[in-house]
Design a binder for this molecule. Sequence first.
Ligand SMILES: C[S@@+](CC[C@H](N)C(=O)[O-])C[C@H]1O[C@@H](n2cnc3c(N)ncnc32)[C@H](O)[C@@H]1O
Length: 200
Amino acid sequence: MSLRTPYTLWSGIYDLGVERSTEDLRRRSLALLGQPRGQRILLAGIGTGLDLALLPSDNDYFGIDLTPAMLRHAEQRAQHLGLEIELRVGDVQAMELADAQFDAVIMHLILAVVPDTAAALREAARVLRPGGRILILDKFLRPGQSAPLRRFASPLLARLASRTDVVFEDALAKVPDLHVLEDRPAMANGWFRHILLEKS
Ligand SMILES: C[S@@+](CC[C@H](N)C(=O)[O-])C[C@H]1O[C@@H](n2cnc3c(N)ncnc32)[C@H](O)[C@@H]1O
């Protein structure tokens, strides 16, 4: 089952549940990009656009998401903020976008959501210019971490919102042109992490 159905249902209440609890995490994550100016930035799995209010206006933004209902909220938010953004319905695991066109890709709460984390990372790397950066905020298990409850619950949670058994290092190993610049705990004893990658 596609996640479009559950996220269509979540779209009306997503901000209520997520906005306040993630604002500080988003600020800290976006700070890793510095103060980008005149850059072309992709928000992969943009959702309702909760990052938009925290981003400087003088860049070119492009957002992609599987769920039209989530994108409608992102569109309204961008209009309210007076922020120019191009929004498109699409799958971050196979994006209909040309290679090497973005300076940065923001992947907040999307890599643990998609069924194939490595495919989404590979696509982000493909559309990124050499030297471009990927900003990740998400929940990942460490290699070898047992986490029995999270592994047990993951198949069900994956159908509703997000997987809870993704090992980031396993996905990254499949995308050799990306390397880690930063990897810091964000929340919940390091289950959530801030990760900054660079394309060689
Ligand atoms: C947890 S929300 C995160 C939204 C946003 N990035 C944020 O930080 O609030 C996950 C989003 O991923 C989208 N999504 C799920 N699977 C996707 C896919 N294969 N390609 C693109 N977007 C997807 C959902 O529609 C939803 O908007």
